[in-house]
Write a protein that binds this ligand. Structure first.
Ligand SMILES: *Cc1c(COP(=O)(O)O)cnc(C)c1O
Length: 410
């Protein structure tokens, strides 16, 4: 039976029995909307959203109800059988994607979705002898062997060789660097419309359209990794829609199930029927339970107008952050992001500021060393955004002298 434990007890137990792949400090035991509570009852405003996962907030009644009702009806049957929920989810995603003739494949995580999209591209290119995929520096695509190889960051690769072949890395927002890597071996370019782990870096307005044109010219695929930016986080269903571009396929996970683990691939007509029986599979893909959760997330975003709300709250938050950047120009460089995917870019490491905003009661993520990444839930209210801004301001005030000294020392 599950027991009620203190943070210290949880941490001790964790350190004894769970591999130290992460280094958490706080034990969270409850969530509601934009708020979470730790084991001692302390409340935090959650601008981490489980890393862009709990996009419709914690314990949204519609999501809870969908999971409860589906759990009582049917949890899992495998893909040896149809289930009634999976195709409804696929239809909803196909519609949201705007890709003509779109079809979906479901899996369980972002890495698995990207692993699948890599296989899909390779299979498509195999007739023409094309296999190589161009990805980008600072990108993040997951932790399986193929996806960590696709990831344009050396730190995730050390110690895991030999790595699979067939990946090369271009500079983000630099079309020439992509062109230079293209050849008869190239099958696809894989890109995040907005780099997340890499430091909340949006692509330039002209970059994605130019990339699409370049891929068309070469007769190769454009793949988008929408694992973090997808399912509404930028204020549109998918990040590429911000740029008026249609990829040949894209991957999803994180926010798709609102906290229930589900990932997927959405492919346009060029790739929709490339996978045939025997090519790719996963036992848990598109279970009735996972599909019901994801369908509830999509319907909630639709029915509550959360795309428009995300755009509005994102603007409010970014304006506030820009104001702070002007207030502390010596050590804050500026603000980046789209919708509710936001980064406060510092000139010094972000860990100290993250700690200080945590002390105020705000959860955030330090990423790419110098970026304080914030991913508020799409249901965040104007009052909560303002509260967060006031806490970040207070934290900035507190660390100001330290940060100035750091800047002067470098
Ligand atoms: C988080 C992330 C992944 C990996 O997803 P997991 O579910 O952790 O495997 C892949 N791509 C992007 C852009 C991500 O942000």
């Amino acid at each position: 039976m599950k027991k009620e434990l203190s943070t210290t007890e949880i941490a001790d137990l964790h350190q004894t029995y769970v591999m130290p792949t992460y280094a958490p400090k706080t034990a969270l035991v409850k969530g509601l909307g934009a708020w979470v509570w730790d084991a001692e009852g302390q409340r935090y405003l959650d601008f981490c959203s489980g890393i862009a996962v709990t996009n419709i907030g914690h314990s949204h009644p519609r999501l809870v109800k969908a999971i409860q009702e589906q759990a009582e009806q049917l949890l899992h049957v495998s893909n040896l059988f149809y289930n009634p929920v999976q195709p409804q989810l696929a239809a909803a995603l196909a519609t949201c994607s705007g890709l003509p003739g779109a079809k979906c494949f479901f899996c369980n995580s972002g890495a698995e979705a990207n692993e699948g999209i890599i296989k899909l591209a390779r299979l498509w290119g195999s007739d023409q002898g094309r296999h190589e995929i161009i990805t980008f520096k600072q990108s993040f695509h997951g932790r399986t062997l193929a996806t960590l190889t696709a990831t344009g960051q050396d730190k995730v690769k050390h110690g895991f060789g030999p790595l699979p072949e067939g990946f090369v890395y271009a500079d983000y927002n630099d079309l020439d660097s992509v062109r230079k890597l293209m050849g008869p071996q190239t099958v696809a370019v894989m890109v995040e419309a907005l780099q997340g782990e890499g430091g909340v870096i949006p692509s330039d307005p002209e970059f994605l359209p130019a990339l699409r044109a370049l891929c068309d010219e070469a007769g190769i695929l454009l793949l988008c990794d929408e694992v973090q930016a997808g399912v509404g986080r930028t204020g549109m269903w998918f990040g590429f829609q911000q740029y008026g571009v249609q990829p040949d396929a894209f991957s999803l996970a994180k926010g798709l199930g609102g906290g229930f683990p589900i990932g997927g691939i959405v492919a346009g007509e060029r790739l929709a029927d490339t996978f045939q029986p025997g090519h790719h599979a996963t036992t848990f893909g598109g279970t009735p339970l996972g599909s019901a959760a994801a369908l509830a997330v999509i319907e909630t975003i639709q029915d509550e107008g959360l795309l428009e709300h995300t755009t509005e709250m994102g603007k409010r938050f970014m304006d506030g952050l820009a104001h702070l950047a002007m207030k502390y120009p010596v050590w804050i460089e500026g603000v980046r992001g789209l919708g509710l995917m936001n980064g406060l870019v510092l000139k010094v490491p972000a860990a100290r500021l993250q700690e200080a905003v945590f002390e105020q009661g705000l959860l955030s993520i330090a990423t790419a060393q110098r970026v304080l990444r914030m991913l508020p839930p799409m249901v965040v209210s104007a009052e909560e955004v303002d509260l967060a801004l006031s806490w970040i301001d207070a934290a900035c005030k507190e660390v100001h002298d330290e940060m100035v000294a750091l800047v002067e020392a470098t």
